[in-house]
Structure formats: C-alpha cells, structure tokens
Design a protein around this ligand. Structure first.
Ligand SMILES: Cc1cc2nc3c(=O)[nH]c(=O)nc-3n(C[C@H](O)[C@H](O)[C@H](O)COP(=O)(O)OP(=O)(O)OC[C@H]3O[C@@H](n4cnc5c(N)ncnc54)[C@H](O)[C@@H]3O)c2cc1C
Length: 476
C-alpha cells in the first residue's frame, strides 16, 4: 500500500528532508506520497533574499561554512556549483570596535586563539598582562572530565578574562546571538574542547593544526581537490538555493500558507490538522522551531513537550543599508567588524556585504548589514523599524564616516527565532532523541537540535530522510 509522509516546515531543514526523501524513495523503489506543509506564504524560513534596486540583500543568513561539506554538496546536487560565490580573496580583514575606533583583528588568530606571534604581540586590543595571561595557555594543564562547559568559563580558564571580553564574547557568542556565560562550548565550538584534550593547549593545538586540519576545522573539504573560502554564498543570494530545491522536489506536494495546528497519534498513524483540513500520514517530520514542536506533542507526551519548550530562543534583527560609495570616508577594505559589549552599542556586528561578496551592490554603491538584538539586548528588536534604522545608521555613520542618507534600507526581525545551545544542550538533545524514539514514525529536525548553520540543517534533513525510509521499509 502507498505510504503517506508529512514534513512540517519549509525552511532549509524541511526542504532538504523532502529533497533527499524524493531521491531515496525513487532509488529504493518505495512508493509514498510526500507532503510538505509550510505556514508562511513563501518557502525558505530564515533564508530570505530581497532585491532592492541593484542591491542583493539577505534578511537572514548571508553565507554558509564551506568546511562542513553538506551545504556545498547540496549545491552540487542541485546544479548550483557554478553559482557559488567565494569571499573577496584580497581584503579579508575583520575589525573589532575598541574605544569607538576600528582595530584590525590580529592576523593568524583562530577566533580567540593566537596563531602568529608578531601580530598578536603588536595588537593594541589586548593589554601586556592580558597577552601574558593568554600565553599561559601553553602551560596550564588540560582539564579532564568536563562534560559541558560555558564558552566563558572555558576561555577564562585557558586564556584569561581579557580573551573572554575581547574575542570570545564579540565573536563566538555573537555567532549564536547568545550569552558567552551560558552557551555550551561543546555544543557550539567542540573543536576547541577537542584541541584542549588532544594537545593540552589551544595555542599549541593551533600550531599543530597545520598537520591536522581535520581537528581544527571540524570537517575535510567537500571533495579532496576543492578549496573554498571559509564562507560562501550564491550569486543571486541564498534564496536561489530555496528556489532550486522547490523546483526539484517535483514528486512532493508542497502546501504554503497552511499552518499546522495539531499533530496527533492515531493508531499506527499521525493526524495532521491544518486549518479546515486533515491529513492521515504514516510518518511525520517536524522541522519547525522547537517551541512549535513542543505545542504539537503537548497533548500526548507532556515530558517530551517540556524538554522541547526548555530550548531557549532569543530575538535578533538585521538592518541592511545601502549608500553611495562617495558618501563614506572609510574604504571598507575587509569583511566588517564586531562590537564588544564594553562599547555599549546597539550593534553586535557589521558586515560590509558589498566588500565581502561580489555582486551585492554596483561599483558606485556599498551595502552594509548590521546585526542587532541577541541575549543581552533583545528589546532592541521591538523598536519601530525607522527608529532601529536610525540608531544603526548613527552608530555605523560615526565609525565609517558616513555623510549621506541611505539609498536603500531593509529591516528583518527574527523574534524568538535564534535557538540557544546553552550548557546542558547536548544532554537535553540526547533526552529528546530518546523520548521521541518512543513514537514510531515521528521525527524532529532543525536548527534547534544539532547545529544552527545551513550545512548542519541540510545534514539533519539527510539524516531524517534516512530514518524515515528505514521506518517505512520496516513497516511495509
Ligand atoms: C539573522 C540570522 C542570520 C543567520 N546567519 C547565518 C549564516 O550566515 N550562515 C548560516 O549557516 N546560518 C545562519 N543563520 C542560521 C540559519 O539561517 C538557520 O538556522 C536555518 O536557516 C534554520 O533552518 P530551519 O529549516 O531549521 O528553520 P526555519 O528556517 O525557521 O524553518 C522552519 C519553517 O517552519 C515553518 N513553520 C513554523 N510553524 C509551522 C506550522 N505550525 N505549520 C507549518 N509550518 C510551520 C516556518 O514558517 C519556517 O518556514 C542565521 C539565522 C538568522 C536568524
């Protein structure tokens, strides 16, 4: 008998699940109707690209890591490999705002770990005693038996307090829009925990990394001969990944503008309730945020629901502003800057989008994207758009010497949309997996669980499709 499958959520996780399912069903000769149900009018979830005049503006992610091969490999399967754009190979500098001025991130740093001696010794970002304390990492013995530890506690222990405030907090925590004292090192940057365990020192481990790239970067390149820049994007913006997936999942019935209101087990099946419609399926993959998943399971598994509700989320926003190049005194040579909390600014980080990637603006214009909100300043996201743009414009204006008005602007707000992998996340996910395994045919995947990056979500889509196929074949 023909099986029925539902995928709830049409973000990158849900679409990847659908894509890989279609591929495997065809290959393995399993007959099934696959339905992908998305509440929004458009697919893509957090991935959204907008064209404003000649600007290509990303509302959510603007790129993805090439070192985790899932993103690049999906692009290859979709025929998008020639559309991949690498970062500017010449001006790769990143800056840190320090006392209102931009200072270059010391060359050779692996996030907060010094890699080259001279640039590190010369940087004005860290005091003499701070540098000496960071150097002690070479002699401090490794800590054994650490299950999960906050990024703050780990960096303080190995590199000292200044390294926390100057590097870990504005760089590591900002990637997750989180709190450095709460985010789990093991769930976010496990490579540093691995370096401590393997080499007994982050600095020594960084040097050894030349001979052991796998440990340092987490994954080998997509294929052995390929060398991509650390971050890559697509020529027409990341939404082209979504459009391509949408085009290629021909065997999947896609319904947009259809919020799922209930998911209930019915004998060996699940009843999916949409507004005014019901669907009975043999297997369901929930790829929404964990809060929505918690609401679905609440009536029939209170404990799993509580576990899902306990994954915290914070709000963020991106504010993209276009300017005439002649209206800026700063040359924008580099990828942008991060802002430590001590600077007391609204902005967490700024990407010089038109410098980082070709084709985001014309030669006579620049595109600047600011990231605001996060664990310490969520309330900023509630400001009306014009006030938020004003605040961002003023802060960028004073740092970059902007004299003219923006020629384009775009605000995207992501309310309670950034999952926080706080200390305890790994054990919580293990418990969630155990609890959901008690419901045959019910699968959870997405940014809340095993990685927030696009490649992590694609990987989860692949794994979910694998589990669903195995489940369907076992029940044939
Ligand atoms: C501002 C920002 C910047 C980021 N930058 C980067 C970056 O540069 N690189 C990177 O790799 N990652 C980045 N990320 C993270 C990455 O974009 C996300 O983790 C990823 O896109 C999440 O994909 P997902 O499919 O798991 O979830 P989502 O994209 O959230 O998709 C879930 C979908 O489920 C739908 N849904 C919810 N409830 C229901 C319901 N009841 N019924 C039906 N559908 C429902 C939603 O509408 C949504 O479309 C960024 C995220 C943000 C917010």
């Amino acid at each position: 008998m023909k099986k029925k499958i539902a995928i709830i959520g049409g973000g990158i996780t849900g679409l990847s699940t659908a894509f890989f399912l279609q591929e495997k069903l065809n290959r393995e000769g399993v007959s099934a109707d696959v339905n992908l149900i998305e509440s929004d009018a458009r697919l893509g979830g957090k991935i959204v690209t907008e064209r404003v005049g000649d600007f290509i503006i990303e509302g959510g992610p603007d790129s993805f890591l090439s070192q985790k091969p899932w993103g690049i490999n999906l692009c290859r399967k979709l025929g998008l490999i020639d559309r991949i754009v690498q970062t500017n190979p010449i001006d790769k500098a990143i800056y840190i705002l320090s006392h209102g001025k931009l200072q270059k991130f010391p060359e050779g740093m692996n996030l907060m770990v010094p890699g080259k001696i001279t640039p590190f010794l010369l940087t004005p970002l860290v005091s003499f005693s701070g540098k000496a304390r960071m150097g002690l990492d070479l002699f401090i013995p490794r800590e054994n038996n650490v299950q999960e530890e906050s990024i703050g506690s780990f960096v303080r222990r190995r590199l000292g307090e200044e390294a926390v405030a100057t590097f870990a907090e504005p760089i590591l925590a900002t990637i997750y829009a989180g709190d450095v004292e709460k985010l789990s090192l093991q769930a976010t940057f496990p490579q540093f925990a691995g370096m401590e365990q393997k080499f007994g020192s982050l600095i020594w481990g960084g040097w050894m990394r030349r001979w052991d790239t796998h440990l340092a970067v987490g994954a080998p390149p997509a294929t052995p001969t390929e060398r991509w820049s650390l971050f890559v994007t697509l020529k027409d913006g990341l939404s082209s990944l979504i459009q391509s997936l949408q085009k290629q999942i021909k065997d999947v019935t896609v319904q947009t503008g259809q919020p799922v209101v209930r998911v209930s087990p019915r004998e060996n099946q699940y009843e999916i309730v949409l507004s005014g419609k019901k669907l009975l399926v043999d297997a369901v993959a929930v790829t929404t945020d964990a809060t929505m998943a918690a609401e679905f399971v609440q009536p029939w598994d209170e404990r799993l629901s509580r576990q899902l509700f306990s994954i915290p989320y914070v709000s963020t926003a991106t504010v993209s502003l276009g300017f005439r190049r002649k209206d800026l005194s700063h040359p924008l040579k580099g990828f942008g800057y991060v802002v430590p909390r001590a600077e007391r600014k609204t902005i967490l980080a700024v990407t010089w989008s038109s410098s980082k990637f070709d084709g985001r603006a014309t030669a006579s214009e620049v595109l600047i994207r600011s990231f605001v909100g996060g664990a310490h300043q969520e309330e900023v996201v509630d400001l009306p758009d014009d006030q938020l743009m004003d605040a961002v414009s003023k802060e960028c204006g004073s740092v970059l010497g902007i004299s003219g008005e923006p020629t384009a602007s775009c605000v995207y707000k992501w309310r309670k949309a950034n999952p926080q992998y706080n200390v305890g996340h790994l054990s919580l996910i293990a418990e969630i997996e155990k609890a959901s395994a008690k419901h045959p045919g019910f699968f959870l995947a997405g940014a809340a669980y095993k990685g927030v990056g696009i490649p992590d979500c694609v990987q989860q889509g692949w794994e979910t499709s694998e589990k669903m196929i195995r489940f369907l074949k076992a029940s044939l």
